[in-house]
Ligand binder design. Structure first.
Ligand SMILES: CC(=O)N[C@H]1[C@@H](OP(=O)(O)OP(=O)(O)OC[C@H]2O[C@@H](n3ccc(=O)[nH]c3=O)[C@H](O)[C@@H]2O)O[C@H](CO)[C@@H](O)[C@@H]1O
Ligand SMILES: C=C(OP(=O)(O)O)C(=O)O
Length: 434
């Protein structure tokens, strides 16, 4: 188990380019299974989850060619279906969340898709019902082996249909979409998730020859086609990483430029940071965060306390709430953080409280943060990263705290942040992997 040693309390300065989006690329990599032709993907982040999924594709027989540090070519012309039922797949497939999206493309192209209970963050219940209800709506037969937590769907042919998802699941929508593109007839998916990740997947599938309309809305219409061809796709910058770098800048009271952020795909993110009182500028497609001594949380018009809560897109992403929470600990003012989607994502506040932050965990979903306006700084400490976003939030807290902090279990951070310590060092942070 690796750890970070961080000497905090130093100002940083410089320019950062965000990596490609983890949650988009996991969908895109699964979609390469939909065609025997070559698919080239650019801006692939070099992170643990992505590398694990590329490994699984290789075991499935997909030809993987690394073209440069962040570009790959994939060709799924000889797929080894036997691997899907092997003990190795049961082990490899359960090590990340993104592997669940192998099921839709495998079912659509080869008539069967299997998956062990996928991994990912332990941040509360993470059910898969939406995925499998979608596949059975398309005519697949579903089976579940409870002892092994092994899911399977099979179908000789899938048939388009109208469906209403029970919730706007991100990976669920991607999975059903990837099955529906090769189904016979027309499918409509209502209450579809419409995050930029899904919009990008639709764009890719359409460029492979699929016929999807309604992209960006919660009603997708898919006219099935017989086959899909190759394509070239570039992954968007990671909006969660962009939010994390904003956190790094303001908590260390530093100036930072974040390059090429794709402003038009950031949705509510800039609005939420503005409500926390953070100053930033849009310069072309970059975000410039000036050095700011203080940032004041806005109240509502009637003077009541601001709430920042998550919601499916175009609401605010749950993956940035832990970062908003840590930023609020040094703001001027009070905010209620309401994490509606996940039940166990706020428990990490105990560590911030140990560091001297004023946070009251009201219940598993809500925390009130009383900002200290840097009048009392955070104290360095030793902690363990419980999940990817809590991990980066604790790292941001450690960069802000005077003294030396240690963060254990940083594999959680490596799951989604490419080469984080080198990039932090490049802007002046004192951080070491130990
Ligand atoms: C690999 C990947 O892409 N992971 C992302 C994906 O996970 P994932 O696709 O697993 O998450 P889902 O969208 O399925 O659901 C997330 C949670 O929110 C709940 N829920 C969801 C929709 C809804 O309308 N109401 C509701 O309560 C679900 O029950 C679940 O507890 O989307 C999540 C929600 O943005 C992100 O946190 C994850 O980073
Ligand atoms: C929860 C997350 O990831 P995963 O779905 O892969 O666990 C995340 O990216 O914040």
């Amino acid at each position: 188990m690796a750890s970070f040693k961080i000497e905090g309390g130093h100002k940083l300065n410089g320019t950062i380019t965000p990596q490609g989006a983890k949650n988009e690329v996991l969908q895109i990599l699964c979609a390469v299974l939909l065609t025997p032709e070559k698919v080239t993907v650019h801006n692939v982040p070099d992170i643990i989850d992505v590398n694990k999924l590329i490994f699984i594709l290789g075991e499935l027989g997909v030809k993987v060619e690394k073209l440069s540090s962040n570009s790959y070519a994939f060709q799924a012309d000889e797929v080894n279906l036997g691997y899907l039922e092997s003990p190795e797949f049961k082990r490899d497939g359960s090590s990340l969340r993104g592997s669940i999206m192998l099921v839709g493309p495998m079912l659509a192209r080869f008539g069967k898709g299997y998956i062990p209970k996928p991994g990912g963050d332990k941040i509360g219940r993470r059910r898969l019902d939406t995925h499998f209800e979608g596949f059975t709506n398309l005519g697949a037969f579903f089976r579940y082996n409870k002892e092994e937590s092994f899911y399977g769907v099979e179908a000789e042919e899938l048939f388009g249909t109208d469906m209403l998802l029970d919730e706007a699941s991100v990976t669920g929508t991607a999975n059903i979409l990837m099955a529906a593109v090769l189904a016979t007839g027309t499918t409509t998916i209502y209450n579809a998730a419409c995050e930029p990740y899904i919009q990008q997947l639709c764009k890719m599938l359409n460029s492979m020859g699929a016929n999807i309309t309604g992209v960006g809305s919660n009603l997708l219409t898919i006219i099935g086609v017989d086959t899909l061809g190759g394509c070239e796709h570039t992954v968007l910058p990671d909006m969660i990483e962009i939010g994390s770098w904003i956190g790094v800048a303001v908590m260390t009271r530093s100036a930072l430029t974040i390059k090429n952020v794709s402003w038009e795909n950031l949705g509510q993110i800039p609005n939420v940071f503005a409500k926390l009182g953070i100053e930033f500028e849009k310069i072309g497609d970059d975000i410039f965060i000036p050095e700011q001594e203080s940032y004041e949380i806005q109240n509502y018009i009637d003077g009541s306390v601001l709430t920042v809560s998550d919601a499916p897109w175009p609401g605010f992403t749950p993956d940035l709430l832990s970062i908003v929470l840590v930023i609020a600990t040094q703001a001027k003012g009070t905010v209620l953080i309401h994490q509606k989607m996940f039940e166990s994502r706020l428990f990490f506040v105990d560590k911030l409280i140990d560091m001297g932050a004023k946070v009251i965990l009201c219940d598993p979903h809500r925390a009130t943060v009383i900002g200290q306006n840097f009048e009392s700084t955070l104290k360095a400490t030793t902690m363990t990263s419980p999940d990817i976003r809590a991990g980066i939030s604790l790292l941001i807290a450690a960069l802000s705290a005077k003294g030396t902090s240690i963060i254990h279990n940083i594999e959680q951070i490596d799951r989604g942040y490419e080469n984080i310590e080198a990039r932090l060092k490049s802007i002046g942070a004192k951080i070491e992997r130990i």
